[in-house]
Write a new protein. Structure first.
Length: 140
């Protein structure tokens, strides 16, 4: 995730680990290589790191307490961040902010924002507004 710390190890400096932070990611795994394009930024004030050097990058991965997997079609990408649409008991819809985990292709991990008791709209239509009344159809 953006801002997460990364350790960079360079063979030319075996006793000197460099520390950087994740600046951005592509947001989805490349299905062919199962890799995630990630930009790590670090300080190089003394010019020790040169173009063409090879490095090994180590990320600290913290497992979330509860991870929910939802269909990728349930996710709405907005400028304010990713959201899902829930259906309340009274039949009205509510947009809920979520934090994403891994992109699994046809499904997405949600690491924060859900309790597991929500009823989600699997394919929310364009133009759906918060508070709109809908008829829920249960899927098993």
């Amino acid at each position: 995730m953006t801002g997460q710390q990364a350790r960079i190890l360079v063979p030319e400096y075996p006793q000197r680990p460099f520390v950087g932070k994740i600046a951005s990611t592509a947001g989805a795994l490349d299905p062919a290589s199962r890799t995630l394009l990630t930009e790590v930024r670090l300080s190089n004030e003394d010019g020790a790191l040169m173009p063409g050097m090879y490095a090994q990058v180590k990320f600290s991965v913290v497992q979330a307490d509860t991870v929910w997997t939802v269909p990728a079609t349930a996710l709405i990408a907005r400028a304010a961040g990713p959201q899902v649409v829930t259906v309340n008991l009274d039949g009205t819809v509510h947009f809920l902010d979520v934090q994403l985990g891994r992109d699994l292709g046809q499904s997405i991990e949600i690491v924060s924002g859900l309790t597991g008791k929500e009823r989600l709209v699997v394919s929310p239509p364009d133009g759906l507004k918060d508070g709109t009344r809908v008829v829920a159809e249960e899927r098993k």
